[in-house]
Ligand binder design. Structure first.
Ligand code: SF4
Ligand code: F3S
Length: 116
């Protein structure tokens, strides 16, 4: 099992989650973040830390969650992997306005975020 970041993170990227992860398994993109599914130890401490409720366990899989599990996997492993992030940074500029908006899936960037 693993935890998964879904579309609610897009354009917010608060990064409160990375501060609490005991195994530093977050990887940062231009406007979202992902979890490395094989590094995640399923501790669950990041889930309540996210102001956007963007982190969910993979216990009740559906097509949408499978999409985000594949996305998290692609950008945390292999040749497309984004930079690892272990300390929180400022949220994206309009994070509060984007928090809770529907339909952010099509806005997600596949470009890497900043290196630490
Ligand atoms: Fe890290 Fe635990 Fe969250 Fe997995 S569930 S990403 S190990 S804080
Ligand atoms: Fe994204 Fe929430 Fe972390 S908005 S960066 S999953 S704290």
């Amino acid at each position: 099992m693993t935890y998964i970041v879904n579309e609610k993170c897009v354009n917010c990227r608060f990064t409160d989650c990375v501060e609490v992860c005991p195994v530093d398994c977050f990887y940062i993109g231009e406007n979202t973040i992902v979890i490395h599914p094989d590094e995640c130890i399923d501790c669950g401490v990041c889930e309540p830390e996210c102001p956007a409720d963007a982190i969910v366990p993979d216990t009740e899989m559906n097509d949408e969650l499978q999409y985000w599990l594949d996305f998290n996997t692609k950008y945390s492993t292999g040749p497309d992997a984004w930079p690892n992030i272990t300390e929180s940074i400022d949220p994206l500029p309009d994070a509060d306005e984007w928090n809770g908006k529907e339909g952010k899936k099509d806005l997600v960037s596949t470009e890497p975020g900043p290196e630490e």
